[in-house]
Write a protein that binds this ligand. Sequence first.
Ligand SMILES: Cc1ncc(COP(=O)(O)O)c(C=O)c1O
Length: 348
Amino acid sequence: MLIPHSCPSLDKKEIKKVTEVITSGEIAQGKLVKKFEEKIAEFIGAKGGVATSSGTTALHLALLSMGVKKNDEVLLPSYVCTAPLNAINYVGAKPVLCDINDYNYNLSFEETKRKVTKRTKAIIVPHLFGFPAEIDKFLNLGIPIIEDCAQALGAKYKSKMVGGFGNISIFSFYATKMLTCGEGGMLLSNSEKILRIARDLRDYDEKEDYSIRYNYKMTDLQAALGLGQLDKLSFFIRRRKEIVRKYNFAFQKCNFKLPLVSKEIEPVFYRYVVKTKNNLKKYLVSLKKRRIVCRRPIYKPLHQYFQLRGLPNTEKAWATALSIPIYPALRESEIKKIISVILEVFEK
Ligand SMILES: Cc1ncc(COP(=O)(O)O)c(C=O)c1O
């Protein structure tokens, strides 16, 4: 049997919650969405939340509610999926791609600082792979920050939940994320003004004036799933950490570098990413042959779509980073199989 790279953990509890919504007859955005917003905001320690149809639409609403528009510049890492880039392009702003650190996969502060201009209106800072970025440094720049916590629900930086630092944070509840609604997202903020604008833009109906608005709503069906998952989040995180301990112990014998954890961060290990020697393609094929799906954790860095150069750490990460399956639904027998296959392919 093939062990997939990602897999959600769903059971009878979620089935029951979703069934209750179906039988209630109120399946669109309603009281469960509100409850889900309150629970996530409380969990992170933010004033309020606006649930959306995806992390991408949460990012779009974040930029709109901050007033980012045509010709403004928004900084983001090149080493991320295309969702943040799309959101910047939706509002007509200019994306400015920055390199990542050489010691982790997060946005480089030095490089970002160098690329700030008078036109910089926001910086998108992802906590990639569930590993917190050095968010306090970015906040000191005095430029509005969007914390992209799509992969990092529950992670902590200097003992505080990520998503509670910036002006705005966003989350994704896609099928493979820390918790899932199938699809879904959320924007959190401590600013009543931001929350009000984002709520207004999320829905087009029954407004007194006309301006462009969106249908970015989450449904109660999705929120029911999310609430069921949220009850299990601490277990999910614990289980991921248990698997990390097993992997770290077994993989000491391998010719790659293990994920680095510093004192200041408590990652949630959304991904278990190791740094291999430059032979990634060969490794991926040989792992698949052995029925384990490992991946490049970022399909393609953004600058490569535009044939840009000058982002050496991003290039290096793309050439060497390998993501090994990690999720709470992994069975013990699957973990054993993954360990034995990884040792077979990578033992020194
Ligand atoms: C860092 C990051 N930001 C944003 C998103 C977008 O989220 P969604 O897929 O829910 O639109 C993702 C999704 O994978 C992501 O990994």
